[in-house]
Design a protein around this ligand. Sequence first.
Ligand SMILES: Cc1ncc(COP(=O)(O)O)c(C=O)c1O
Length: 435
Amino acid sequence: MANRTSGKRKKIEKAPSRVSRKSSRQERRKSPPPVLIAHPAAPGKHFLSDKVSHFTESVIREMTRQAMLYGAVNLAQGFPDFSAPAEIKQAAQQAVAADVNQYAITWGAENLRNAIARQMGVWQGITVDPEKEITVCCGSTEAMISTLLAVCNAGDEVVIFEPFYENYGPDSVLSGAKPKFVKLRPPTKDGGEWTFDEKELRRAFDKHTKAIILNTPNNPTGKVFTRTELELIRDLCVEFDVLAITDEIYEHILYEGTEHISMVSLDGMRERTVTINGMSKTYSVTGWRVGWAVAPEKITNAIRKVHDFLTVGAPAPLQEAGAAALSLPAEYYAKLAEGYRVRRDHLMPALTAAGFKCFRPRGAYYVMTDISAFGFKDDVSFAKYLVQEIGVACVPGSSFYRDPRDGARQVRFAFCKKPETLDEAARRLAKLQER
Ligand SMILES: Cc1ncc(COP(=O)(O)O)c(C=O)c1O
């Protein structure tokens, strides 16, 4: 009975007459907005994290926007302007049509993990367990940050060679670690190599060092680390109990018979290497966002957890296409490298003729250049001039260094472009000689 009564009362309160609803609306309109006052115990908070406050916008991606704004030929960002292989596009289409449209297994579709393990065997002679040692991620970019988040604690240090691919610094900071930079020095004579000082590298290692990030073939320098160099790094990793995190995304883009050696294949490194790779560069599909990390089981477990909470998983149909891509015959890779050799040899003479000093890459698809001859204040003012007045976008060298002054005489060009794009760039670059 009591219930029925209270129910009735509620009903009356909830359904006021049309007249009273209207008047309360008018009242609301008339009443001044409430004054919200912060609690005195919590004044003056700022909403941005300290980590992010030091980050600048990606210079590489900003240069792509500038290229679009000024109608410039975009030799800044490293994405191909030509088609991806027909076979793998078909494989992606078929996967979508066959309804591979829901979440894949968080750590990667079985077909793709099996293909990665098989090819690590073929290319590096490494036996990998696809069930326990591979995590497929949203690009190698995510594989890198997931790895660093999985292995670093506050106070850890990560050694990075510079010039470096611009994500590595922020990746280390996001994971709570402190980046420690070691210089790669440009060749002093034509056709020479980028080198590092062994003593400087040794000084970067101490009891706080958790990992070294190694990118070979290297962006932006085109350096391919030799066995001797890798062994030296290996010895330091073993001595200081350090992990090697190797970004090998340009593994198949090599020139003049240069050999790519995976750090994981060196004696003593199987248990302390995370090998990162992906589809973006090898199969010309930078927008697909499929990459992976190969690591010993314990580390893989940690990477998988981070990856799961960050992204749940990489695109399912594109992972199936990835399995098809990794089944392409050896000729595919030979053609890929030869295609890039032709492009490199197309762009470099045009750059040299225009007044750049080029550092000849042994791998990857970039050429780092010295711009001293043009007499500009720095790389940023030169890059601005180049995009706005000459109509070619490049990346200012300073974006690859911790101290911008170290890159003030350098800019980087990407040559993963069609011959006609490179022709047009060459035509425009020639205008530099008319200044
Ligand atoms: C060295 C290096 N690592 C990683 C990436 C990004 O790879 P992904 O597209 O797989 O995230 C790039 C792209 O330019 C790169 O140069």
